[in-house]
Design a protein around this ligand. Structure first.
Ligand SMILES: Cc1cc2nc3c(=O)[nH]c(=O)nc-3n(C[C@H](O)[C@H](O)[C@H](O)COP(=O)(O)OP(=O)(O)OC[C@H]3O[C@@H](n4cnc5c(N)ncnc54)[C@H](O)[C@@H]3O)c2cc1C
Length: 379
């Protein structure tokens, strides 16, 4: 039983259904992927490793322009494509169809209110078609995105830190590459963005710990005044991004994947790739546990050991970098931009073998070890 048809849940459903298991996916929304608040940027590594339908790709990016609080710009450019911008509704829809093609069943408008262990199964209480129904399964996968109620009720703890996201689709006028904006008045402690998607359209958004709606309104006015978007009015969507992993991501007959497990890059808030990587490991663990007819917490702990081997260091260093960045004043951020310009630090970091769109741990350590940049960040 998979709770939530986001990328992590549908990829896991596909992986298990393909092996011949009977899989049911319970999704609270009436349509898959439609309401996702997400910019849809995935790195090339994710694109190469996981199935991304061609019709879900809106555009590709090999460069990005970064703006300091005072508006100084810095262009980071690589020769090759670094990332793709995908249409989340199309991406989620394609992953779900793929899972259905190999036999997974999807039940939409089915909200899981509770999950509990029963006799040799796990039982979900589901609100479906205006009444409560029970579903039993050998094992449950929680892939319901950020949310405290299910994991907490299951004794898995709760995610210790998170950030709020706000975004709007806008008509863009003459923006042809990803733009990222820093500064206390724009997105305190985090950043804002303008990402071109299809011709003439872009996503404008930001991350912040407070008042996402007010900051988004301010961002749209600013972009409008600068002539980058056609109107300051746009419909906004909101989301919550975990910045730390869930304390425990498994239990008896239970695993937690994706945002629900806190598998998100704390530096940027990107969670699609890490969520898919975690789901892949979870699918292997569940398969082996089902083969061994042992769905005990002890057996499923292998999932947590597996994701920790590849993600934990990244999550920890990324979180430290994030907290460090949140302490910086606008003048310190300006100073970093100046250093990048005068000492070409960005070129050094970009050209270093550690540079990766998805794995930031080594780049963060390299930046901290950099003679001028490190001194400034440690002050
Ligand atoms: C503003 C913003 C921009 C972002 N931009 C990017 C980006 O550019 N790149 C990137 O990699 N990541 C980005 N992210 C993060 C990304 O959206 C998430 O990491 C990703 O969606 C997580 O996938 P998931 O499958 O774990 O969960 P989700 O996509 O959240 O899917 C969970 C599903 O579970 C369903 N559900 C929830 N509760 C229940 C229940 N009780 N019963 C049944 N169903 C339930 C939900 O309806 C939903 O469909 C962004 C996030 C925000 C907020």
């Amino acid at each position: 039983m998979v709770v939530g048809a986001g990328p992590a849940g549908s990829y896991l459903a596909y992986s298990l259904a393909k092996l011949g298991y009977r899989v049911i996916v319970l999704e609270q929304r009436p349509k898959i992927g439609d309401a996702a608040c997400c910019t849809g940027i995935v790195g090339k590594e994710c694109f190469d490793r996981f199935p991304i339908a061609n019709n879900a790709i809106l555009t590709q990016a090999s460069s990005a322009k970064f703006f300091s609080p005072s508006g100084k710009s810095l262009n980071l450019r690589k020769e090759t494509v670094q990332a793709y911008v995908i249409d989340r509704a199309a991406f989620d829809g394609a992953l779900a169809r793929r899972a259905q093609e190999v036999g997974a069943d999807y039940l939409l408008s089915a909200r899981v209110d509770d999950i509990a262990l029963a006799d040799r199964c796990v039982r979900a209480e589901v609100e479906y078609g205006g009444r409560m129904t029970n579903f039993d399964a050998k094992v449950a996968v929680i892939s319901s995105g950020f949310g405290v109620s299910l994991p907490k009720r299951l004794g898995l703890g709760k995610i210790g830190d998170f950030v709020l996201g706000a975004q709007a689709e806008v008509a863009a006028t003459g923006v042809d590459e990803v733009e990222v904006y820093f500064g206390q008045s724009i997105a305190p402690g985090f950043f804002a963005w303008l990402v071109p998607t299809a011709s003439g359209k872009a996503l404008a958004g930001l991350l912040t710990r407070r008042s996402p709606g007010a900051y988004l309104k301010e961002l749209l006015s600013r972009l409008f005044v600068e002539g980058k978007i056609a109107s300051p009015e746009a419909e906004s969507t909101y989301g919550i991004i975990p910045l730390k992993p869930l304390p425990k991501t498994y239990g008896e007959r239970l695993v937690v994947v994706g945002d629900a497990a806190g598998h998100v890059k704390p530096t940027t808030g990107g969670g699609i790739y890490y969520g898919l990587l975690g789901a892949d490991i979870a699918a292997d663990t569940v398969h082996e546990a089902l083969c061994a007819d042992d769905l005990s917490a002890k057996r499923l702990a292998r999932y947590e050991q597996g994701w920790k081997r590849i993600l934990d260091r990244q999550l920890q260093i990324g979180y430290l970098a994030r907290r460090l960045y949140e302490q910086l004043s606008d003048s310190q951020i300006e100073h970093i931009f100046e250093l990048f310009h005068s000492d070409n630090v960005h070129e050094e970091l970009l050209q270093s073998p550690d540079f990766s769109f998805d794995w930031h741990g080594d780049s963060v350590l390299r930046a901290l070890g950099h003679k001028t940049l490190g001194r400034l960040l440690r002050r």
